[in-house]
Design a protein around this ligand. Structure first.
Ligand SMILES: Cc1cc2nc3c(=O)[nH]c(=O)nc-3n(C[C@H](O)[C@H](O)[C@H](O)COP(=O)(O)OP(=O)(O)OC[C@H]3O[C@@H](n4cnc5c(N)ncnc54)[C@H](O)[C@@H]3O)c2cc1C
Length: 374
């Protein structure tokens, strides 16, 4: 953990071309024309759109515009776009389903690449499923695997994610029903992935490379791009897999707000082992709390929904409020799980509350209740 924190710190200081979440992308005077010129030849001027609203490309439906926007349809186009941005000194951000990010109201400077590389190949004999990193986990990849009689991915049904996003965050879910005894992680079925590395090399790497953890992979700390990934699945009973899918979908529907009418990014705060971030928020009486257009849904205390016209600043204000109240009431410091993308003055992620930075009165009150406060 210390090593990860140190790497993150060093990366923030040294800066990076990739608009990594948590990094505030303030830079030298904006020069969209210069960026456009640097990319147009490699990517084609007609496919390089200007000033594209990003909110529709996120599940939260929040955020400003990208200066430049490009859709990559194959892993080759994805690698080419990243390389062109790097060569041209253009800051960039790679977008999957936009299901784990909060885009700033001021938008994203430079280039946003939306990953639409969705080719998926299945070999039923070996159980290997090879998917381009923009393939959508559900229905595309999961449905195809289940149809082929291959088991291992069906647990992640109903979670909005590309393959690349799933590796970035080590997609997870409590499954299978009825016991739901353990959290299953996507790392359990990943065999290898093709990358365009931070250093500009094309490499095939194994699972160990990713250093997977809870809500973590090395992609948080390295500017590597996943071009495609291979999963190794086991032969499975189709009826049982469909049962698991139906149970998990029903479980989600009963507890989560529907994305179509109540846009969200899933859980806002990281899990606290054995306690539950949602439970602490619920116990603090914060279900239904609202700032501007964003509200903590009554269905699930760890999920905020966009009630219409919500701003990223509303979300951040509500996050801070929840952090303050939960620290004061329960003595726990909630850490955000989502990534903050684009131009921010400050985000809860870039400057997480620690015992040093958290307002003293909360620390003291909390410490009185719970001596083990970190
Ligand atoms: C309603 C709802 C329910 C959810 N439930 C769950 C759940 O049960 N379990 C769970 O784990 N998550 C859950 N999530 C969170 C989210 O679905 C996952 O984190 C998902 O993996 C995000 O994938 P994405 O494609 O949307 O990534 P994005 O949000 O688009 O991007 C996230 C990060 O990944 C990086 N990235 C994306 N693709 C690549 C790539 N090819 N190479 C390198 N970096 C890349 C991006 O640059 C960005 O930094 C939920 C979200 C919602 C909205």
């Amino acid at each position: 953990m210390l090593w990860r924190a140190a790497r993150r710190f060093l990366r923030r200081r040294s800066g990076s071309g990739h608009g990594k979440p948590g990094e505030t992308m303030t830079q030298a005077p904006l020069s969209t024309d210069r960026f456009h010129a640097a990319l147009a030849q490699a990517l084609g001027a007609e496919r390089l759109a200007r000033r594209v609203a990003l909110a529709p490309y996120t599940t939260f439906r929040i955020g400003g515009e990208a200066d430049l926007f490009y859709e990559a349809r194959t892993p080759e186009e994805l690698a080419q776009a990243i390389q062109a941005a790097r060569d041209g000194g253009v800051p960039y951000f790679l977008l999957g389903c936009g299901a784990n990010i909060l885009v700033s109201d001021r938008g994203v400077r430079g280039l946003v690449i939306r990953n639409r590389a969705r080719q998926t190949d299945i070999d039923p004999d070996t159980g290997w499923v090879r998917a381009a990193s923009g393939a959508i986990m559900y229905p595309d990849v999961i449905q195809a695997a289940v149809e082929a009689g291959l088991s291992g991915l069906e647990h992640y049904v109903g979670i909005p994610s590309t393959v690349g996003g799933a590796l970035w965050q080590n997609l997870h879910f409590l499954s299978p029903a009825p016991k739901r005894e353990r959290t299953m992680f996507i790392e359990e079925v990943v065999v290898e992935a093709d990358l365009l590395t931070e250093e500009g090399e094309r490499r095939t790497v194994g699972t160990d490379y990713f250093d997977f953890g809870y809500d973590y992979s090395v992609l948080h700390d390295r500017d590597d791009i996943v071009l495609s990934a291979t999963f190794r699945l086991e032969p499975g009973d189709r009826a049982r897999m469909r049962e698991i899918m139906a149970e998990n979908l029903a479980w989600r529907q009963a507890r989560h707000p529907p994305l179509e009418t109540e846009p969200s990014v899933g859980s806002i705060f990281k899990k606290i082992e054995g306690i539950g971030a949602g439970r602490l928020i619920d116990e603090a009486g914060l279900k239904g709390a609202r700032i501007g257009g964003v509200e903590i849904t009554r269905r699930h205390a760890n999920i905020m929904i966009n009630r219409g016209g919500a701003k990223a600043t509303d979300v951040i204000a509500l996050i801070r409020r929840v952090q303050e109240i939960v620290a004061s009431e329960a003595g726990y410091l909630l850490e955000t799980e989502i990534a903050f993308v684009g131009e921010y003055d400050e985000t809860p992620d870039a400057r997480p509350y620690t015992a040093q930075t958290f307002p003293r009165q909360y620390i003291e009150r909390a410490a009185a209740r719970r001596p083990a406060l970190p």
